[in-house]
Ligand binder design. Structure first.
Ligand code: ZN
Ligand code: MN
Length: 258
C-alpha cells in the first residue's frame, strides 16, 4: 500500500499511528458547491482548498480529511448569490455545527494540531465560530491542548504577484474575484480538464451598491454568474498564485505547529 496524505486512503490504525507517533497535523479543507460561470465547474472552491491542503500536508507531515464540499450561502455581491441552479447553500448554523462536530472528532481521535483551509469567501466567520466553539467545548471536556489554525488561503497575495497577475490593471478584490482571473488561472494550473476558456462571457463588471437586499436582486449579477472577467487567466499565472499560496499555508502551519 502506498503512503498517502489523504485520510480516506488510510486504514484506521495507520491514521492513528501517524497522529500518535508522527505528530501529524490534520487539515480540513472547506469549500462550496457553487456556480462559477459557464467556464468553471461547481466544485472550484472545495477542489482548490483540497488541493492546497494536500500540497501543504506533503510539506508539513499532514493528513487531509475529506473536504466539506458545501459552504455557507453564496452572497450576491461576493459569489453571485444563492439562487442559481447547482449552488447548494448551507444555513450558517448548519455549517457551524457540521465543522464543529468534525473538528471535535479529529481531536477526540488524538490530533492536537489541526488546520482548517477555506476556499469559499462566504465561509469565513462561520468557520471562525466553528473553531471557537470546538475549542471551548473541548476545554469544557478537559482537553486544553488542542489548537486550530484557520486560513482563507487566498486572502494574502504579494503586491508584486498582483502586479504580474493583473498586468497593471487594478485588483478588483477577493470579493469580486468570483470565477475571475484568480480562480480561472488556478484551475488551469491544477485541474485544466475542468476549464473551458471558450465559454467565458464578455460582460461588464457588476456595479453593486454598498448594501445587500433580502430577497436579493439577482439582476445585479452578470448573466454568467462571474463577478469579474477571467479572459486573462493562464496556467502560468495559476502556477505563480498556487505555489505562492502553498508556500504561505505551509509557512503558517510550520510557524504555529513545527
Ligand atoms: Zn470560488
Ligand atoms: Mn465561493
Amino acid at each position: 500500500m502506498q503512503t498517502s496524505v489523504m485520510m480516506s486512503d488510510l486504514t484506521w490504525d495507520e491514521y492513528q499511528r501517524r497522529i500518535e507517533q508522527e505528530d501529524a497535523i490534520v487539515l480540513l479543507p472547506v469549500g462550496a458547491l457553487e456556480q462559477h460561470g459557464y467556464h468553471l465547474p461547481l466544485g472550484v472552491d472545495w477542489m482548490m482548498s483540497t488541493y492546497m491542503a494536500r500540497r501543504t500536508a506533503e510539506n508539513v507531515g499532514g493528513i487531509v480529511v475529506p473536504p466539506i464540499t458545501f459552504g455557507y450561502r453564496s452572497q450576491i455581491r461576493t459569489g453571485g448569490g444563492p439562487d442559481r441552479c447547482g449552488t447548494v447553500n448551507l444555513d450558517g448554523m448548519t455549517l457551524i455545527n457540521l465543522v464543529k462536530d468534525v473538528l471535535k472528532e479529529i481531536v477526540r481521535h488524538g490530533a492536537r494540531k489541526v488546520a482548517v483551509v477555506d476556499g469559499h469567501f462566504e465561509n469565513r466567520f462561520y468557520l471562525d465560530e466553528a473553531c471557537f466553539l470546538a475549542i471551548r467545548e473541548l476545554e469544557y471536556a478537559g482537553i486544553t491542548d488542542a489548537r486550530i489554525l484557520k486560513m482563507l488561503y487566498a486572502e494574502y497575495i504579494k503586491p508584486e504577484t498582483l502586479e504580474k497577475v493583473y498586468a497593471g490593471k487594478p485588483y478588483p478584490g477577493l470579493d469580486l474575484e468570483h470565477a475571475g482571473i484568480l480562480e480561472t488561472a488556478m484551475m488551469l494550473y491544477c485541474h485544466p480538464e475542468h476549464v473551458d476558456m471558450s465559454r467565458i462571457a464578455d460582460e461588464d463588471l457588476p456595479n453593486f451598491p454598498p448594501y445587500d437586499m433580502f430577497p436579493g436582486h439577482q439582476d445585479w449579477v452578470p448573466e454568467s454568474g462571474c463577478l469579474s472577467p477571467g479572459h486573462a487567466a493562464t496556467a502560468e499565472i495559476g502556477k505563480l498564485l498556487v505555489e505562492e499560496f502553498v508556500d504561505l499555508v505551509t509557512a503558517s502551519l510550520k510557524k504555529e505547529f513545527r
